[in-house]
Every structure is written in C-alpha cells, then in structure tokens.
Design a protein around this ligand. Sequence first.
Ligand SMILES: Nc1nc2c(c(=O)[nH]1)N[C@H]1C(S)=C(S)[C@@H](COP(=O)(O)OP(=O)(O)OC[C@H]3O[C@@H](n4cnc5c(N)ncnc54)[C@H](O)[C@@H]3O)O[C@H]1N2
Ligand code: MOO
Length: 436
Amino acid sequence: MHDDVTHGRRSVADHAAAVAGLVAPALAAARERTAARVDVATLLTQVGAGAGLAPRVLAGDAVATVALPGFDNSQMDGYAVRSADLRGASGTAPVALPVAAPVPAGTQPPPLEPGTAAPVMTGAPVPAGADAVVRVEDADPPRFPAFDDAAGDPSCETTVRFAAPVVPGAFVRAVGSDVAAGDLLLPAGTPLGAPQLGALVAAGLRAVELAPPPRVLLVSTGSELAPAGATLGPAQVHDANGAALTAALAQAGARVTTRVVPDDPDALRRVLADASDDVALVVTTGGVSAGAYEVVRQTLTGAWFGHVAVQPGGPQGLGTVVLGLREVPLVAFPGNPVSAYVSFELFLRPVLAAATGAAPARRPAGRGPLAAPLDSPPALHQVRRGALDDAGRVRMVGGPGSHLLTHLAAATVLVHVPPGVAHLAAGDPVDYWELR
Ligand SMILES: Nc1nc2c(c(=O)[nH]1)N[C@H]1C(S)=C(S)[C@@H](COP(=O)(O)OP(=O)(O)OC[C@H]3O[C@@H](n4cnc5c(N)ncnc54)[C@H](O)[C@@H]3O)O[C@H]1N2
Ligand code: MOO
C-alpha cells in the first residue's frame, strides 16, 4: 500500500499477515493435538488456590447439561398468581385473593389453587398453574404477612389485594430462557474467563475440553550473550531478549522453553534437533541482518529473510523447521532488544493471543496530540516509545534507538508514525497502543 514510499520493503500489515498465515494454523493444530478433558471442579480448585486462570480457550464445544434457568422461577419477591384471576382488577375494584403458603428459594411448591396468590421469593420456583408474579410492593398490603411456622402457613387467614391486571409471564424467568439442555453453551475457541467458568458450572458441565498453553521454543542467538545474573566477561551482554520475550510470550498464553546459542549454525541445529516434540512454534532473536555471523539466516536456508518497512524491527525472518516429524513455524526477530520486543507486539502477539484467549486480544489503541514535534524516516512505519501526560498528550520516552531498553521499560504506550510521514508538529494527533 505504501510501496511508493517504502522502497519495496514488505509492509507491516503484509508481514503480520504472513506470520499469522503460518502461525495460526500451527497453533490451531497444536490445540487439537493436545486437547484433553479437564475436570471443572479441579480447575476451580486450582484457580482458587492462586494458580490463576491461565489464558486458555475451549478446545471443544461446551454443551449445556441442564437448562438455564432449570425451572420457571420468580424474578422478584412477590405473589405468584394466575393472570386470569386479576383480569378485571382496578384501583376502584381491586381483586382480593387468599394468600397461599409462601415459596422460599430452594423449595418445590404445590400447584397454585385457582383464586389464590402464593408469596414467592426471588429465584424460587413459580408454582404450577401460576403464570405471573406481582411484586410485593405493588400489592396491598405492600409487604408479606408474617408466617408463623416452619411450614410457612400464614399466621392467620389473610388476603392480598391487587389493583391492576398482570400480563402473563410478568417477572417469570422461563425455564431454558438462557440456554436449553443440550444446546451449545460455549463454542470451541471461546477464551475461558471468569464468566465462562460461571456459565459452565451453572449449566452443569463436569468437564471441558481444554488444551494446555502452546509450547514455544525461544532461542536467543549471539556469541556475546550471557545468562541473567552472570558476571559479564569482556564484550558480553545479558540475554535481555530471553527475559522480555519469555514474559511476553507467557502473558500471551504460551509455555516457554528458552535456549541461548552462540553464532554457530551447528549449535542452533543441535538446539532444534533436541527440541521437545510438543513445541508448536519457534521464536528466535538475533542473527538475521547483514553481518558475517548471522546464525539464524545461515541455518534456515529455505526461509524468507527480508526487510519490513518498520523501525525498529526492520530485519525479519519467517519459515519452518522440522522438529521430530512435524514442520513447525519459526519466526525470526532481530536481536536489538527494542526491535525484538516491538516485533513481538506487531507480528506475534495478535495471533498468539487470538489462539490462546489471552487478554487483551489486541492492545487497546488510542489517539492523542503530540506533546512535542518529532521526525520520522518517511520510508518506514516508526514505532516510538511514549507515555501520556496528565493532559492526555503523547510524549516520547527516549529516542528511536533500538538498544534503548530502559526507555522501553519506562514507556506506557507504543506510538505509531505511519510511512510517508517525515515530521509531525506539537499538537498533531498520533495513534498509540497501550502497553499496560
Ligand atoms: N549493515 C547492516 N547492519 C545492520 C542492519 C542492516 O540493515 N545492515 N540492520 C540493523 C538493524 S535495524 C537491526 S535491528 C540489527 C539486527 O541484527 P540481528 O538480528 O542480526 O541481531 P544481532 O546482530 O545478533 O544483534 C543486534 C544487537 O542486539 C544485541 N542483542 C542480540 N540479542 C540480544 C539478547 N538476547 N539480549 C540482549 N541484546 C541482544 C546484540 O548484542 C547487538 O547489539 O542489525 C543492524 N545491523
Ligand atoms: O530494526 Mo532495527 O530494529 O531498527 O534496530
């Protein structure tokens, strides 16, 4: 779309579509392969014990075992009546009916005798024969009589008056009006959150089909890399990408296995050969640009490597590797830490979150005026790190350099400056994604 300005580089949208086209089917297949029946009560115990509700989607349709509601019940504290009995009721000619035994929630009432009104509590069954409920405050007297024994018999012979007719069905929650027994409750692919767990339990399901989070093999490449916490030797750097992307992938619903390999194709081949056979996706960082030791590029001879019209995150790779008997997608991000993280946000997070049900499915987007002018390379979609000030203006946090990890850590938004834009003035509107 911006080919005229991006000098033939792949657009962000095209690369995102290419990644999704390869990764989404692989994640869907992994879900099918690994789905298992999970006991709902066990799941609830784990969630309550603080395990959280890891992002998960239902791997199979959940079908209601019981209807919701399971029986006609009252929406209000009131009188269950036969609407026909109140047909002629008016303020000048109220209808007086004897009060029958009350119906507390959790009890099964006898049928309603014609010409009587039964006090019925919210959620209690509407007696057979009754077809409407009149709220207690709309009756005369506007309160229930005292009930003097456990059986709930009114303490004395008592009547209640109604000064208006009632439409059939008023304040009656009909059996199956939410879902009927045997009907689809939640389709496969529904993210499992709190309301869904409530619905599963309400509809009587004892077990559901769930897939474990997909396993991602995250490989940081670079002979300069040292593990977290290690004392650095000369020219070494800590593996920041392994840390940031482990967390980012996990938040997006993946289980992550991390590996660090030096700039040696044999070392990368060994890591791939040793990979667990449940890996659904490989993500690499580094080793994709124009240097003399580009380990990912040298190892994946059949993959696509090229430039996307974005900064940071320009050099990208995409292909497949054979792990065991399966062909698994491999998404190669550049090594600079901000480039790797921004690449994840642009290209992988959306498809991963859609597959796992992680929230938010998309980063919340906003638009606000710039606090200060900025320049941008017009051939590229620039993604800057920013924050909103108290007036809702978007200010930059640090410069565009893709090594400025501390500024990324301080940012709360990613600011998008589209291709074709070389300069924006203070006050010009920009789009942003909220990171937290
Ligand atoms: N001649 C050219 N050089 C470069 C180009 C180019 O087009 N022509 N592109 C530049 C851009 S843009 C990027 S981004 C990088 C991408 O390079 P690689 O993906 O090959 O990454 P490396 O060279 O391995 O590393 C780049 C940089 O990031 C540091 N790094 C790598 N991995 C980690 C990690 N896990 N944790 C922390 N830091 C890491 C690494 O030490 C380097 O400083 O290429 C430019 N060059
Ligand atoms: O794309 Mo690089 O990511 O600009 O530093």
